[in-house]
Every structure is written in structure tokens, then in C-alpha cells.
Write a protein that binds this ligand. Sequence first.
Ligand code: SAM
Ligand code: SF4
Length: 329
Amino acid sequence: MNQVDYLRISLIDRCNFRCQYCTPEGMELDYILKRNLLTDEEILTLIKDVFIPVGFTRFRLTGGEPLLRPRVVELVQQIASLREMQDLSMTTNGFLLAPIAQELYNAGLRRINISLDSLEENTFNQIIGNRGRSKWQLVWDGIQAAYQVGFNPLKLNVVVIPGVNDHEVLDLAALTIDKQWHIRFIEFMPVGNSDLFGDKGWIASSELRQQIRARWGLIESQVRGSGPADVFQIPGAKGTLGFISQMSECFCDKCNRVRLSADGWLRPCLLNETGQIDLKTALRNGVSITKLQEQLQELLTVKSEINFKQRYSGTATGNYSRTMSQIGG
Ligand code: SAM
Ligand code: SF4
């Protein structure tokens, strides 16, 4: 079995965007009440006393939109300064990033992924469900700020939606030529959003690679991430192109991660709630740290009951009602 040593921690389930592949407008969500959010202290205790001793080495802060969490910089600073912390990163939509990029860096964060699904304002607004003032520029400012401050690697996540932003694949890929940015094209997944998915499906990474290869050529990159992306490079480019192909090349058998929701549910798999543990209630009820470590070890043995192939073909029977923003994508 694959070693599971990577925890994605949702800091908050709320978000200032309504991305159509994640929490489309009109979708009713039951937000977590403030009293049910894991506190900063609980997050620190879980990382330091439960996950690290069990062998976890990598932690990513996500959401919802993690930058909406009150006092997020202080929390990042506390997590980053844990003596045992080896690798801390964050995934954000970038909207609130520009003014605090330097503070986050000073707090000890070094790796950041920013979602950027389009370079066109209209398409971007369509994807994030924005009818008011455009948010694209602020996200772009956030990316530039992160770059200036020195986040390295700086990764940009692109979910490719057929008929919506797939015409921009080459423009997005071109960003890696002059800058040491890493674009990661993610196949759109049916998580809590089956209606949209049913209409449009996903585009296989191999098709995107074909387009890019035809334009500039494409070589396998020497820079390998530790995640599920297959990494390539346009010859001579400063940055890289990663392809996360969970639909066309299901990598569930290599999965190395579990997810902690903002209200403390530890979930073994994006697709399946079976075996999940309520760590918040356990902590608040005084369950011992040793017992929590045992429960975590047990959860790691029940991973991967179903996979994306089964999910897409309709042969899986897991619970998929929670969106990425609720699970901690
Ligand atoms: N709000 C932050 C953001 O958007 O970067 C962090 C949370 S978001 C759930 C984390 C990542 O999940 C983003 O890169 C987003 O594009 C991706 N994501 C969300 N729903 C998805 C889906 N249905 N299929 C593939 N990726 C998805
Ligand atoms: Fe979009 Fe991230 Fe918010 Fe989901 S959590 S709606 S992917 S910005």
C-alpha cells in the first residue's frame, strides 16, 4: 500500500467565489457554524501531536478560501514554526493575496498554488460566478505579488472545462516560457457537482499535451513534484507544465493524502466518507492523543475503496454530496 503522509487541511469552508465546477451559484450550502470550526489550537495540536508522530510530513492549507480565515497569517506562522514541520503549502484563489503575500512569506510559508482558470476577464467571471466588478485583476495582482515576494515554486492551477476555457490552453501554457511559473492543468472531477459534469465531461490531459506539443514541442521535465502531476516543459521554458489526470489516468492507487475538513472530519478520500473520523469532537471530549493516533492509523488502512474510474462509470456507491470547498480540495 502507498505511504499516506500528506494532509490537506481546510481552514474554512466559505469562499468568496462560486466556481462552476466547485460550488456553482444556486447550489445551497450549509456552512459550518463558527463554534464548529476547528480552532487554531486544535489545528496545531492535531498537526503536532497526531499527524506528525504518525508519519505525516507534508501539509497543505486550503478551503473553501483559506485567506478568509480570520488571523490566517498568525496561524500560518504558528504552523510553520513547529519544530517538526518539514513542508507547508497553501492553495488559494488569490483574490485576497496581494496585500498579505509578504506577510505570509514572512510567516514562513514558501510554497503556494493559486487557481487561475482563465486569462480572459469574461471567461474568468463566468467561471467564478461573478456578476459584479471583475475579480480577475485582483487575482492577477495576487499572483504577481507572490512572484515578487519569492514564493517558489509558484504554481497556477487550471481546471479545464470543455467549452468554457479549453480554448486558452496555449495562452496559459505560454506563461511558463518566460517566468518560472508552474501551470498545472487539472481534469475536471465530478465532486459534488455532477449536474455540470454530466453535461460537459472533462478533457483528457493527453489532448492538452498534444495541442501544446504541436505548437512548441514538449519534453518531460527533470523537475518532479511529489504530487500526482505528470510534469513536462516547453523546450527552453523557465517554468513547467503539470497534468493532473485523475479522470483519464486514475491515480487512486498511488494516492498519498487524506483531508481534514474545517469542522474536523478526517476523510480518507475525496470520493468517499466511509471510515471518516470526527477529530474535533474527539478532541473536545478529551479522547487521548494516543487513541487519536491509533484511529488515524486505522483510517489509513481503509483508504481507496472506490476510485474515479468507478465514480465516472457509475459503478461506485460512495457519498459524493460534499463539494470540494466543503471537503478541503
Ligand atoms: N479556494 C482555493 C482555490 O480555489 O484555489 C482552495 C480550495 S479549491 C477547492 C482547491 C483546488 O480544487 C482548486 O485548484 C480548484 O480549482 C480545485 N477544484 C475544485 N473543484 C474541482 C473539480 N470539480 N474538479 C477539479 N478540481 C477542482
Ligand atoms: Fe472556487 Fe476554490 Fe472557492 Fe471552490 S473553494 S469556489 S474552487 S475559489
